[in-house]
Design a protein around this ligand. Structure first.
Ligand code: SAH
Length: 257
């Protein structure tokens, strides 16, 4: 069965729209169309004002966390977006990057579906992709890093530790979201797991925006270099464990033994 495009359906709908990493021209055409057709846009902290300007006709409602204040609880956000859609409004729930990556989209999809509101995901450019563009290098490299692992260092409160060191197997680029506040612990865990202190680490702050900043360092000096750098938030970490490094390490060990 072919579905009608979302914007053509009867009013009273929710679109979880990827706002991309910040730059206004890193939205999809579909995201721009949903914003132009919206009656109300619910947005949070990481969404750049430039992106909101793509919906001048809509009401803009901030549902994020102001500095020093409490953030909106997720169930309150679910309630307000569903209530607006039930009033027959076209709701855009604007989320940074791609809404399906660390965006708590499940809760909002469930809330909409539980009351029979039409809901869709409009994909966006995730922070890792924007970071690669900032660095001018790809996330994967044939023969060196054949695997891209996207992970968060911040799980649901009460969940077990994400065990990130185990994800960094040879041939992997590890893109770490929400990691900046726990770098010392992260580095300690990586080194304790036997990772090479010389592994290349890149940190990109505010990728794609005018505040974009890049730091290239190693696992060993990551904490010190971040402390002296002006990176700001948000920032993402890319840790590379190329296959060649693993081969070199094995060779070195073989020579020593
Ligand atoms: N859904 C988003 C991720 C939300 S989690 C996405 O797909 O990108 C929030 C984390 O994303 C931040 O802590 C940071 O690690 C990362 N992030 C978001 N925007 C970023 C940007 N412009 N530059 C660097 N990191 C960013």
């Amino acid at each position: 069965m072919k579905h009608a495009p979302f914007a053509d359906r009867s009013p009273g709908s929710i679109a979880l729209v990827g706002a991309g990493p910040g730059a206004r021209d890193l939205l999809t055409l579909r995201a721009v169309a949903r914003l132009a057709a919206a009656d109300v846009v619910f947005y949070d902290r990481l969404v750049d004002p430039e992106v909101l300007s793509l919906a001048p006709q809509a009401e803009h409602v901030f549902v994020g966390k102001e500095v020093g204040a409490h953030s909106w609880p997720q169930d309150r956000i679910n309630a307000v977006i569903v209530a607006a859609a039930l009033q027959g409004r076209r709701v855009v729930r604007l989320k940074s990057g791609d809404p399906s990556i660390f965006g708590r989209a499940c809760e909002e999809l469930d809330a909409a579906r539980s009351v029979g509101i039409a809901v869709e995901i409009v994909p966006g450019i995730t922070a890792a992709s924007a970071a690669a563009a900032a660095l001018g290098r790809p996330l994967t490299e044939r023969g060196a890093t054949d695997r891209l692992v996207i992970a968060t260092a911040t799980c649901k409160p009460g969940d077990p530790d994400p065990e990130l060191a185990a994800l960094l197997t040879p041939g992997t680029t590890l893109a770490l979201y929400m990691a900046m506040h726990r770098l010392p612990l992260l580095v300690a865990q990586m080194l304790a797991a036997g990772h090479d202190p010389a592994l290349a680490v890149e940190v990109v702050g505010s990728a794609s925006t005018s505040r974009e900043a890049v730091l290239r360092c190693t696992l060993a000096n990551l904490v010190a270099r971040v402390a002296e750098a002006v990176l700001g938030n948000p920032a993402i970490l890319l840790i590379r464990h190329p296959k060649a490094a693993a081969v070199a390490t094995r060779r070195a060990i073989a020579l020593v033994v």
